[in-house]
Design a protein around this ligand. Structure first.
Ligand code: F6P
Length: 323
């Protein structure tokens, strides 16, 4: 394999730059030429290629965002879009592409792989952590820590004024950030899309907390929860706690930015190098993931969304710790 491309696709996450660096350095180490594709699949369609060398990825390991830029490409979902992408790859004599993306992007890579003879290797990234074939995706750990730190800060002010706060976190219809940040931030209640919110239980928890003279109460809600989010939860609580100050805080895209944690940098390095190794081993159309601390290789066609498992241990933990 002489020449490969690398691109980042979908919503940005912290750790993308660390992963681009790993892919580029590892490919160069093995004597390959590397082309960066700007703006993800859109750049493949419009032929936005940049030559990468060792210094193109110097001093980026700690940076959020993506030096290659990203996009959510509607065109790549069409046959015509993928045909244009293929022609551009052929013209540039690119023999394989590394796609650092979430579930949607990896599905796009799978479709391309079914139609054309240029192998794609996927690397999972998403703050939602909802991709099968890996225990954790790049960006999740940083987003989780950002949300936890925000909860810590809200607790300071909630505590000073004896207030209730509802904190809404991202995750689309996945509850990983809400569950993790709520647990790590000591929230009194956590609402995730994977379970039906028991609102009378929530009310009891809050009333009991208040009855025991807790000086602040924090509820973490995932943006995709059935209740609708922070605004709706605060309206519901207001009905049961009239006169009480109920603040809301929607963390939004702050969770997508910032310097990646060490865990995300290490994951990005391991998966980036594993992607090049997979190519050199002749693997085609697979995703490299991390399962129980080891590199795991899964065919792209087997990759699907996966969700937080609310087993007895997890539910019992929440019940006991918020009591
Ligand atoms: O999938 C990642 C994610 O950050 C979700 O948690 C969120 O719902 C969505 O992307 C936001 O997308 P956009 O940045 O396109 O508004």
């Amino acid at each position: 394999m002489k020449k490969i491309a690398v691109l980042t696709s979908g919503g940005d996450v912290p750790g993308l730059n660390a992963c681009i660096r790993a892919v580029v350095r590892s490919a160069l180490y093995h004597g390959m030429e590397v082309c960066g594709v700007q703006h993800g699949f859109e750049g493949l369609i419009h032929g936005e290629f940049v030559q990468m060398n060792g210094s193109s990825v110097s001093n980026i390991i700690h940076l959020g965002g993506t030096i290659l830029k990203s996009s959510r490409s509607e065109q790549f979902k069409t046959k015509e879009g993928r045909k244009k992408a293929y022609k551009n790859l052929k013209r540039e004599k690119i023999e394989a592409a590394i796609v650092i993306g979430g579930d949607g992007s990896l599905q796009g890579a799978r479709k391309f792989a079914e139609e054309y003879d240029i192998p794609f290797i996927g690397i999972p990234k998403t703050i939602d952590n909802d991709i099968s074939g890996t225990d954790v995706a790049i960006g999740f750990d940083t987003a989780l820590n950002t949300a936890m730190q925000a909860i810590d800060k809200i607790r300071d002010t909630a505590e000073s004024h004896n207030r209730v706060f509802v904190v809404e976190v991202m995750g689309r219809d996945s509850g990983y950030i809400a569950y993790g940040a709520g647990l790590a931030g000591g929230a009194e209640a956590i609402l995730v899309p994977e379970s039906n919110a028991d609102l009378s239980h929530l009310e009891n928890t809050l009333q009991q907390g208040w009855g025991r003279e807790k000086s602040s109460l924090i509820i973490v809600v995932a943006e995709g929860d059935q209740t609708g989010g922070a605004q709706e939860v605060s309206e519901l609580i207001k009905k049961h706690m009239p006169g009480r100050y109920i603040g809301i805080c929607i963390l939004g895209h702050t969770q997508r930015g910032g310097s990646p944690t060490s865990a995300d940098r290490i994951l990005a390095a391991r998966l980036g190098v594993a992607a090049i190794r997979a190519l050199r081993d002749g693997k085609k159309n697979v995703m490299v993931g991390m399962v129980k601390g080891e590199i795991a290789i899964t065919p792209l066609k087997k990759i699907k969304r996966h969700h937080l498992k609310l087993n007895k241990e997890v539910l019992g933990l929440l019940e006991e710790l918020s009591s």
